[in-house]
Ligand binder design. Sequence first.
Ligand code: FAD
Length: 863
Amino acid sequence: MGQRKRIVIVGGVAGGASAAAKARRMSEDAEIVLLERGNDISFANCGLPYHVGGIIPDRARLLVQSPQAMRQRFAVDVRTHSEVLRINRPQKTVVVHDKAKDRQYEQPYDVLILSPGAEPVRPPIPGADHKRVFTLRSLADMDAIKAVVDGGVGATPRGRPGQAQGPAPAMAAVVVGGGYIGLEMTEVLTHRGLAVSLVELESQVMGPIDPEMATPLHEHLRQQGVDLCLSSSVTAIQEREGQLEVHVGATPRGRPGQAQGPAPTGRVIPCGLVILAIGVRPEAKLATEAGLTIGQRKGIVVDDHMRTSDPDIYAVGDAVEVQDLVGGFPAVIPLAGPANRQGRIAAINALGGDAVYERTQGTAICKVFDLAVGMTGLSEKALKRAGLVYEKVYVHPASHAGYYPGATQISLKLLFDPQNGKVLGAQCVGAAGVDKRIDVLAVAIRAGMTVYDLENLELAYAPPFGSAKDPVNYAGFVAANTLRKEVRICHVPDMVNPGPNQMLLDVRTAPEVQQGTIPGSVHIPLDELRGRLGELPKDKEVLAFCQVGLRGYLACRILSQNGVACRNLTGGYKTYGQVMGLMSGSPKILREVKEDTGHVGSVPVRASEETPHGVTTNGPVQVVKEIDACGLQCPGPIMQLKQAMDQIQPGQAVRISVSDPAFAGDLDGWCHTTGSRLRDKQLNKGVLTAVVEKGQAAPTSAPAATSTDKTLVVFSDAFDKAMAAFIIANGAAAMGSDVTMFFTFWGLNLLRRAQAVPVRKTFIERMFGWMMPRGAGKTSLSQMNMAGVGTAMIKGIMRKKNVLSLPELIAAAQQSGVRLVACTMTMDLMGIKREELLDGVEEGGVAMYLDRAGSANVNLFIG
Ligand code: FAD
C-alpha cells in the first residue's frame, strides 16, 4: 500500500467543507486537513441576516457542521483558528499561523484545495473604520451587529430631523449597497423596528438584474417605509454625541424617467449603525503571492476541473474566476451553490477522478420583504456588454389561477437568441411563485432549450399552484410567436420616441386609460377595434399596447389581417411603467403609519385619519363585504370596490384584497374622490388588504338643494365646446352626481360612429351625412381652426400634456354612468339613424330632457 494522499484544504465553509466531506467519501485512506482561520466551519453564511432579524432565533441552527462532528463523522483533521499565511509551491507546504497558540508551522500537502472565499469591500470613506460600521461575512460579524441592534446602542429618536418624533426611542440604521446582502439586511433591520435608509450608488438596487425589473423592488421598499436613496453615495461617516452621522451625496447616474430617492445632495442621516454591503472581491492574496494565475476579474484562474495554473493546487468558490455558461466569458459569481459543487468536483479530481465543472449561470434569488426577485443566465445589460444578439419579451401573469384566492402578479422577463430561440436569461419579480419559474428556466438554460421548448413544457398545475398555461409556458408562447412572426413586437424606447410614420394605439378600456397612458397614443378599445379600423391611417405603422401585452397581441392579429402594419408593446403599459419608473404606491402614508404606530410588516392606517368627506369617529368599523380581487389588474379592483360600496350603507365597510401593485396608489385617490375612509391597509406577501368605510354624502355648498344631478344640453359639435362639455360631465360624475347630456342639432354629430354604417337613407339624408363631421374625432375648433391647422395643433398640445382626447373623454363619461341622450327630433331632421350612433347612447325627446333638468341643481347649455 502506497503513502496516504495528503489533501490540505484552506477555508472551512461552503467550498472547503464540501471538498473535505466529498474527499472522505471518495477515499477512506486520504489524510484530509481542513484549515480555517475563524472559530467555525461549515456555517450558513446565507442565514446570517436572518439571525440578526430574529427570524432564525436559535444561533446554533446556523452551525451546519461543528469541527467535532466533522472530525468524528468524516475523520477530517479540522484546525480552526489556523490561518494559512503562505504557499511554498516548490516544497508543497503551506505556512500556518496557529492563532490559538500564536505559533507558525509548515503543513505539507500532496494536493492543496483553496476555498478562501471573498472579502467584503470596504470603501475608503472617512469613518468607515468606526466600530459601529459593519460588514457581514462571518458569525462574528453577525454577533457584533446583533449586539448593537439588541442593545439599542447609539439609539436615535425615531424619525429624521425636522420630523415629528415618536414616543419610544428606536434605532436608525444606514445600509450602504443594494445588492442581496444589503437588501436582506434592510429587511431584517426594518423587521427589528429600525428606521432603515438604504443608500445605493446606482439608480437601481440588485445590480445583476435589469433596471426595469428593479422598479417593483424600489416601490416595495418605499412602501415598507425604507428610506431608499438611489444614485447616492456615502461620502463620510462621523460620530457626534454617541450617534453616527452618515453624509450622503448624489451621484449623477440616475436614468431619465427613473424614480429616484429623495434628493440626497448634502444629506446627513443620523443613525446607530451602518452596514457596508457594497460587494465582495475574491480573496486571492495567497494565490497571487504564490504566483498562481489571476484573471482579469481578479479571481483565481481555474480550468474546468477546478485546477489552478499549478496542477497540484485546486481552487473553488468565491475566490475563483469561472466561465459564464451562456456568454462563455470569465466571470466571478459568488454564490453558495457553485461553491459547494466546485468543492465536490475539486475533491473528486484531487483523488484522481475526472469530474468537470460545467460553468456557472448565476441563478440567484433574494427575498425583499414580501417580494422575491430571481434571475438566471445573462441579463440584458450583460448581453449588451458581451456584444451578443438577443431579443426579449415580458409577461405579467398571475402566480396561480386568478380565480383561486391569493393569486399575485409576477413580472417575468425572458431573453433569447432571435436566430434559434435559445433561452439566454430570465428575471422574475413577484410575491409568490418566483422561485419555481426561475428554477424551471435555469434548467432550460442548462439544457440548452429554446423558447419553443418552453411552450411545450409540461409543468405541475392545480389552481392553488399555477395555471394550465404556466407563466413559463406563457413566456414561451409570447417569445415563440415573435420568432414565428405571428406578431411583431416593439419595446418601450419605440413608444417613447415613435417615428413620424408610426402611431401609438392604446387598446385598453377607458377606465384603464384614465389611470394613465403613453403620451401621444390614440385610444380604441380592443372590442371596438374591428368596427373602427377606418380611423387608423393606412400609411402608418401602428404600435399597439394594452396593460400587459395580451390584448395588444390580439389587436395586432386583427390589424395585420386587415392589412395594417403593426407591432405590439411586449409587456404592455405595465412594462412601460417599470421602464419609466412610473409605478404607483403611497410610501408616504405607509411610512407615516409605521412611524406613528411602531408596526412593522403589517401597517395599519391610523383609524383617526380623515378623508375630506369622511366620518370622524374612531370607533370600530363593520365590514359587511369581502372582495378577493387578487389576480385582477387595474382597473378591475377599483371597479369591484365601487360596485361593492354602492351596495352598502354609510358607516359600513368593505374589505378588499388586491395583488395589483398599482392599487395602492389608486385607492387613496379613490377614497378621496368618493368621500370614503381608508380604515385599514396591510401589505402582506404582495397582497394589499384594505378596509374601506363608506362615508356620508359630501355636503353641498347649497344646503337648500335636494339634488346633485347635472344636465347639459350639447348643441354644438365644435371641438373646444365638446371638450368643455365632457370635462364638466366627467368631473361631475366623479363627484358622485348623476349626469345627463342631451345632444341636439350639431351636438348630435359627437355621438356618431367614426365609420360609415350601412343604413337606408334618402338622398338628402345622405348629403347631410356627408357634410357633417362623423364622430368626435372629426370635429374642429370653433375659432382659430385655420383649415384644420389650429385643431391639429391643439390636439398635439393635448397629447403632449397627456390630456385625454375627446373620444376618450366620451368613453370615460359612458364608463362613469353619464347618460348620453340623442335628441330624437334632431335625428329625424338630419336623417341620423340609431345604428350610426355609439353604443350605449339613449334616444330621448324634450320631455325626457325637461324631466331630468327639473330634478338637477345645475343645467348647462353648450352651444
Ligand atoms: P466562504 O464560505 O466565505 O468560506 C471561506 C472561508 O475561508 C472563510 O471562513 C474564511 O475565514 C476562510 N479563509 C480565508 N482565507 C483563509 C486563510 N488564509 N486561511 C484559513 N482560512 C481562510 N449565496 C447564495 O447562493 N445564496 C444566498 O442567499 C447567500 N446569502 C449570503 C448571505 C451572506 C451574509 C453572505 C456573507 C454570503 C451569502 N451568500 C449567498 C454567498 C455564499 O455564502 C458564498 O458564495 C459561499 O459561502 C462561498 O463559499 P467559499 O467556500 O468560497 O467561501
